[in-house]
Ligand binder design. Sequence first.
Ligand code: 5GP
Length: 115
Amino acid sequence: MSEQDTIFSKIIRREIPADIVYEDETTLAFKDINPQAPIHILVIPKKPIPKLDDSVPEDQILMGNLLFIAKRVAEEQGIQNGYRVVINNGPDAGQTVFHLHLHVLGGRQMKWPPG
Ligand code: 5GP
């Protein structure tokens, strides 16, 4: 297992199960195992970028795609009334899995500011 091999790499390789809601060549989206809202989906690149800070210029299109897929997943999940897209970058932000991911949260009223 390489340093960049996380639980999400295992989900990509189907070594552990996940409730996958979207997949294409570069992107995977699946339900969070510990949902913080009625709808809580994680959108990840298949490329193992540990965190947003580690992205490089060649990742720009990939990262734009992630945001677009987040919108698409939200539509498919029926949360157009409002949803939140979150990236936790690094320990102070509470990042626990070091494979870049977007949280798509919806199905309840969100509070602002976030904790
Ligand atoms: P972070 O705290 O790094 O921003 O978010 C990591 C997220 O991954 C958490 O919301 C956590 O519940 C989720 N997670 C951790 N392990 C697994 C897993 O094995 N399967 C799924 N589906 N989600 C996971």
